[in-house]
Design a protein around this ligand. Structure first.
Ligand code: AMP
Length: 177
């Protein structure tokens, strides 16, 4: 969506040389941009029988919590290793150098739950794939994953569809890395 896309600023060479960082804080700061983006998710996911929204730390919390509120369902945080106080399960995922883990509370997923997972951006798809696997391991159904930005040239959304059978919906796309 071009209005939303135009409100996302690009910061070159952050966090390191060669990366074009797609910064959604400029979208959050803009009242029209914020409301349009949450509104697009609400329109797409209302009346779909979603029972919970999960958001990936940290920027997925912002959009995920707002959407859960609008849909009238609960919100589940998916967090970096060691941050959740209750009993968790963990999923490893690959970073550029090495690996990391994300976690979810075991009691956050109930049989028959239909989840929507939100994050700000999908690049290689490693983080989102790990989040989907966490919910699937606990026997939750993942209806779809939603992001503000896809970087389709990195192939993450296509890989998730192929490997995990989950569609990734993106509001806008940026070419390149
Ligand atoms: P990935 O696991 O490769 O799909 O990376 C996704 C995560 O890294 C998201 O949570 C993004 O917030 C962050 N990320 C990766 N690449 C970028 C980028 N070019 N601009 C902004 N955030 C990024």
């Amino acid at each position: 969506m071009s209005i939303i896309k135009s409100k996302i600023r690009t910061i070159p060479d952050y966090p390191k040389p060669g990366i074009l960082f797609r910064d959604i804080t400029s979208l959050l700061l803009d009242p029209e941009g914020l409301s349009l983006s949450i509104g697009m998710f609400v329109n797409r996911y209302q009346n779909q029988g979603i029972t919970k929204v999960a958001g990936i730390e940290a920027r997925g919390f912002i959009f995920g919590a707002a959407l859960a509120f609008q849909l009238g369902v609960g919100f589940v945080p998916i967090r970096k290793k060691g941050k959740l106080p209750g009993e968790t399960i963990s999923q490893e995922y690959i970073l550029e150098y090495g690996t990391d883990h994300i976690e979810i509370h075991k009691d956050a997923v109930h049989p028959g739950d239909k989840f929507l997972i939100l994050d700000d951006l999908i690049a290689t798809g490693g983080t989102l794939a790990a989040a989907i696997q966490l919910i699937q391991k606990l026997n939750g159904k993942v209806h779809e994953a939603g992001v503000i930005v896809d970087l389709p040239d990195l192939g993450g959304s296509a890989k998730i569809k192929k490997d995990l059978g989950v569609e990734v919906y993106s509001i806008c796309q940026f070419e390149g890395h």
